[in-house]
Ligand binder design. Sequence first.
Ligand code: NAP
Length: 358
Amino acid sequence: MVKPLPSIENRQCEVNIRENRLRDMFGKELLGRYSDDDEMWLCAATMSSGVAPVITLNDGHLMPTLALGTGRGTAKEQDSIEEVRQAVFWALEAGYRHIDTASIYGDEEQVGQGIADAIAKGIVKREEVFVTTKLWNDKHACEDVVPALMESLGRLRLDYVDLYLIHFPIATNADGDPLNVDYLETWKGMEDAKKLGLARSIGVSNFNADQLSRLYQYSEIKPAVIEVEVNPTLTQHPLVDFSHRLGVAVMAFSPFGFVVSRDSGDAPPPRADDPVLVTLANKYGKTVTQVVLRYLVDRGLVPIPKSVNKARLAQNINIFDFQLAPEEVAEIDKFNKNVRVIDGKGWEDYPNFPFERN
Ligand SMILES: NC(=O)c1ccc[n+]([C@@H]2O[C@H](COP(=O)([O-])OP(=O)(O)OC[C@H]3O[C@@H](n4cnc5c(N)ncnc54)[C@H](OP(=O)(O)O)[C@@H]3O)[C@@H](O)[C@H]2O)c1
């Protein structure tokens, strides 16, 4: 149930009560551990050691503008989970400073091992790596959020993540059946996670503009990031522009769309041999996939290309030495057909389904 917005005085009182409760539950040292500006800025300064430039989030933290995706299988790959550890290590070696994972990917342990390997080899320090993970749909009850994050942290072998996202606005029970939990309630748990210093920034994924707007209006701590699908066949201009106007950074998942081989059947173009993309690739001496990633960066987005292949993941971050002209970005925009790689099929009847129903 959404409660009406309380008055400022009542709201402050509610916040104080909540903080006292958290302090009782988790101890004084944990709460507000990262509220110290000096520490935050030290971290911010060192995070820029990677190849991708960093942006400042609305909460003051810095985020590298390209992330390694570790979710597997959307392109029907048969990658073994062990490949993730190696991919994360190679990525950090190649200059990535942002890794995207989620509890539902089942690979947080391997992501943590890859990071630990790179730290042990002196390639990075923990504070130089921006780690994003996500809360799954069956942990949406407010009181389940912090324990779920603590489990993720245990698997990652970290004591905080840089960004924690609500993976979907949809809530389910452990069997995957729909539950009617309002994401505003879930968000209170996310705010607790931030106050405890377990997540430096918090945000959402797969929310539509109405859901983001409602969350923004009724939240005490505003979401810093929204992660949604964006690629040439799903350009998402209205949602991206709306998020940017709110000051919410946008991460772009499945950035290659149907340009890379997927079981795409009758999915609309472009593919890797598309003349528009090939012409741009030849002009800049880049590959078609690099042009697609640069298109997203030039729109102010943070793409999350996934690869477990050493050469391809190195190629995917080698996009910060060229730039597309605005008319070239507009040319790629014309591919938009609002067709999704991840369409949430099977969840259409669940409360808070975020996408258009076909
Ligand atoms: N928040 C969400 O709900 C959500 C949903 C989906 C995805 N994500 C995140 O976004 C990440 C990326 O999305 P995605 O995995 O769906 O799609 P993607 O990154 O657009 O595509 C991955 C596919 O492209 C191939 N590939 C990578 N680099 C390539 C290159 N340079 N040339 C040719 N092929 C290349 C990969 O194969 P190889 O590995 O063999 O190179 C893989 O088959 C995920 O891993 C996950 O972290 C989030």
